[in-house]
Design a protein around this ligand. Structure first.
Ligand SMILES: Nc1ncnc2c1ncn2[C@@H]1O[C@H](COP(=O)(O)OP(=O)(O)O)[C@@H](O)[C@H]1O
Ligand SMILES: [Mg+2]
Length: 351
């Protein structure tokens, strides 16, 4: 088939496709190629488009007689982008001396999203291993001490066993949170379909955390606006998890002034949420969070102060879980904070 007939077909592809002659000069480029690469022009050497040695070597191999060649390259400019490149021989048959007429068709597929997902996955595995290893190292250390130096020291034994209990608890919470996270991610695209009254759910969360609030001498206020609608299609267990996480954070990190409040209201037209919404705001009067941390708080294992989070028994996964659950409910999480004044974590859910 002639190139003329093929042009509309190649122009319909998402991949950037170009054809070069035996001197690597570009003799055809589809729409995607012309749009994605400013330096890609018909008539110029392909070198000017992508100055990557591995890519050029692969093209030259094909022009020299190879049937097909593939490479993956990452370009840093204008923005970091990873391409899977497939180069196939056109025309001249393999093994024949027709290199004069050789041509190669080069197709570039942008696979940055896959590369990014892979990077995130490997970072996550490294983080999880690190988070699991530190309590494990502590446990091992204390076992050694209990078997050796502290063998006959009753007082030290009790103290060490308490620490070990703590560390084992930390590992347990981490495993629980990892399982929750993977469950939540797995059903993020399934819309919840039970009718749930959020006043009940909030009540449950407060009841569960009241002992902690008492212990820390923090009062929890619940303010519910008049005549509001609080029932929606939701996953009650998951929203309980959201409220527990946010209330627990408010108590742990924002309880300095001895007071935490929860406000519930209806509102219309919240940015990014369709129709009428119910808002649940967790307000604290604690130390607040510096602006540079706000956008990253919902990342897995991101903490403002790792030592403090550990000391409070945190896993660093709470807000990541919260974010996914709210996304499943097509809602939004808004975080605002003023250093020294406190923070507001607002959950906005469409009714
Ligand atoms: N109400 C709050 N006030 C101040 N900092 C907070 C508040 N809530 C969360 N943070 C910060 O966000 C981090 C991440 O929270 P989260 O994902 O729940 O993890 P964890 O509580 O296990 O550390 C916390 O470690 C803390 O630094
Ligand atoms: Mg937390």
């Amino acid at each position: 088939m002639s190139l003329k007939l093929l042009t509309p077909v190649l122009d319909g592809l998402i991949a950037a496709v170009s054809i070069v002659d035996n001197k690597r000069k570009i003799i055809f480029a589809n729409n995607a190629a012309l749009q994605q690469f400013d330096a890609l022009l018909v008539g110029v050497d392909f070198v000017q488009t992508i100055q990557d040695p591995a890519c050029l070597k692969a093209i030259d191999k094909v022009l020299a007689g190879r049937k097909n060649s593939q490479v993956e390259i990452t370009l840093q400019t204008p923005i970091r982008t990873t391409y899977h490149i497939n180069i196939s021989r056109l025309g001249a048959k393999e093994g024949t001396d027709e290199t004069q007429n050789a041509r190669a068709i080069i197709s570039l597929e942008n696979i940055s999203h896959i590369a990014e997902a892979e990077l995130m996955r490997s970072e996550f595995v490294a983080n999880v291993s690190h988070e699991l290893r530190s309590p494990l190292t502590a446990l091992n250390g204390f076992i050694e001490t209990l078997k050796g130096p502290a063998k006959n020291d009753k007082k030290a034994q009790e103290r060490f066993l308490d620490i070990m209990e703590n560390e084992a608890g930390r590992m347990n919470r981490l495993v629980d949170d990892l399982l929750s996270l993977s469950k939540v991610e797995a059903n993020e695209h399934v819309r919840p379909e039970n009718s749930v009254d959020l006043i009940d759910t909030i009540g449950q969360a407060i009841e569960i955390l009241t002992p902690i609030a008492r212990q820390e001498k923090i009062s929890i206020d619940l303010e519910i606006a008049d005549d509001i609608r609080t029932t929606l299609l939701a996953d009650g267990d998951q929203l309980l998890q959201v409220f527990l996480n946010l209330l627990e954070n408010a108590l742990k990190y924002g309880g300095a002034n001895g007071h935490v409040s929860i406000q519930m209201f209806n509102s219309k037209r919240v940015l990014g949420v369709r129709g009428k919404t119910i808002g649940i705001v967790f307000k604290d009067e604690g130390a607040g969070i510096a602006p540079e941390h706000l956008a990253r708080l919902t990342e897995r294992f991101y903490r403002v102060d790792t030592g403090r989070s550990r000391e409070k028994g945190g896993t660093g996964l709470g807000l990541a879980i919260v974010k996914h659950i709210i996304a499943r409910h097509r809602g939004r999480l808004l975080i605002t904070s003023t250093l020294g004044r406190g923070s507001n974590f607002s959950v906005l859910l469409p009714l």
